[in-house]
Write a protein that binds this ligand. Structure first.
Ligand code: FAD
Length: 390
């Protein structure tokens, strides 16, 4: 019951190629990722070699163009791959999602020369990326960020502090949003900073409640000098680029949440049919049967919601509102489902002998990252009622 491979999920995949892809991912997840997850999470170990394996297998650039080393897969396929990875270990699923987020600026807004120079190594050359928007004093209000980039001849010099950076200190490249002009969203520009840049230093990783294997760290930019050739998009376009990356990234978080919830349900069902009380399996009691049914229904609803948003994206239609809805619903559902899974296992659910307590701790972070669920509600409401009036 400790194998976190999800119980058979009836997936809707568009092609035979995508079915084989998901089968490959399940195989890697059950052999290389799930068996080490509990121990390494407890010890706070990041599985870098798993990311090298995923990159070599073409799984770090799935939604991007094959011309640059990507997998040319639609989002509806990429997200189901993420779901499988997150079900095996959130540090890996979320890590792939963050890497993809970090590639978004260059793939969507870089020049042909920039893309040719950097994308192949980022998408399938073994590199690992990070996305640097948040700062100590600007989280939800991301447009108030203060990290500065100042022109100096043909270079830019970056100074400031980024906070909460997933893969902070271990990434090979950082997509960084920095202020180059006026206060507010119009004064922000995107840059691609190499991991080994002089003046770039990471603090010790935060001590977190869950996902301890995934390093989250502050980054200090102490006069980091990079050439103008590493500026992505126009000056002042950075915040729009950051928001567009987050629309797609939120779908990744939604898929990861469904994976974590599915893993918890698998554990709960497996336990409930084995554990006997009052002379019968506890799965016989309607109180638990209904709980399991509700858990499964929330998972299916979440999966349908993220897939509906992904299919809009794949069709080139607007999907920002639907992405926010999917992130909100799936991550709240994952919190409820993992909490119920602990309940189904009774006292054992509260111990480290079973993974459900870890899944519950992991689910919590998904309600916070890439825009808290309060911010998702603001995004959805703006689509309904327009911007707030002050
Ligand atoms: C494990 C982890 C990994 C992360 N990885 C990254 C990363 O890779 N890159 C990156 O840039 N960031 C990352 N983050 C940062 C994350 O995106 C922020 O934590 C998040 O956006 C919230 O910002 P904050 O923590 O500053 O909270 P705050 O913005 O200070 O919010 C505090 C509370 O106030 C609420 N709130 C704020 N404004 C409003 C409002 N207008 N209406 C209603 N409620 C409001 C929030 O919902 C929250 O409950 C990560 C965070 C964590 C915990």
């Amino acid at each position: 019951m400790t194998d976190r491979a999800p119980q058979l999920v009836e997936r809707s995949l568009p092609t035979e190629e995508s079915r084989q892809l998901v089968a490959l991912v399940r195989d890697i997840a059950s052999r290389e990722i799930a068996p080490r997850a509990a121990e390494e999470e407890e010890a706070g170990l990041f599985p870098r070699e798993v990311f090298t394996l995923l990159s070599g297998s073409g799984l770090l650039g799935l939604p991007y163009d094959a011309d640059h080393g990507g997998g040319d897969q639609p989002y509806e396929v990429y997200l189901q791959v993420l779901e499988e990875l997150a079900a095996a270990r959130l540090t890996v699923g979320l890590g792939v999602s963050v890497h993809s987020l970090a590639c978004h600026a260059l793939a969507g807004y870089g020049t042909k020369e920039q893309q040719a120079a950097h994308l192949p190594a980022m998408l399938s050359g073994g590199l690992l990326g990070a996305y640097c928007l948040s700062e100590p004093a600007s989280g939800s209000d991301a447009a108030s960020l203060r990290t500065k980039a100042v022109r100096d001849g043909g270079d830019w010099v970056l100074t400031g502090t980024k906070a909460w950076i997933t893969h902070g200190g271990i990434a090979d490249f950082y997509t960084v949003l920095a202020r180059t002009g006026v206060e507010g969203p119009r004064g922000i520009t995107a840059f691609l900073v190499p991991g080994g840049a002089e003046g770039l230093n990471a603090a010790l990783p935060e001590k977190k409640m869950g996902m301890k294997g995934s390093p989250t760290a502050q980054l200090n930019f102490d006069g980091v000098r990079i050439p103008d050739a590493r500026r992505i998009g126009d000056e002042g376009q950075g915040f729009a680029i950051a928001l567009s990356a987050l629309d797609s990234g939120r779908l990744g978080i939604a898929a990861c949440a469904v994976g974590v919830a599915q893993a918890a349900l698998t554990e709960a069902v497996g336990y409930a049919v084995e554990r006997r009380q009052f002379g019968r399996p506890v799965a016989d009691f309607q109180g638990l049967r209904f709980m399991l049914a509700d858990m499964a229904t929330q998972i299916e609803a979440g999966r349908s919601l993220y897939l509906a948003a992904a299919r809009l994206r794949d069709a080139g239609r607007p999907f920002s509102r639907e992405a926010a809805m999917a992130k909100l619903f799936c991550t709240d559902a994952a919190m409820r489902v993992t909490t119920d899974a602990v309940q189904v296992l009774g006292g054992y659910g509260y111990t480290l002998d079973f993974p459900v307590e870890r899944l519950m701790r992991e689910a919590k972070v998904l309600q916070i990252v890439e825009g808290t669920n309060q911010i998702q509600r603001m995004v959805i409401a703006r689509h309904l009622a327009g911007p707030e009036t002050r």
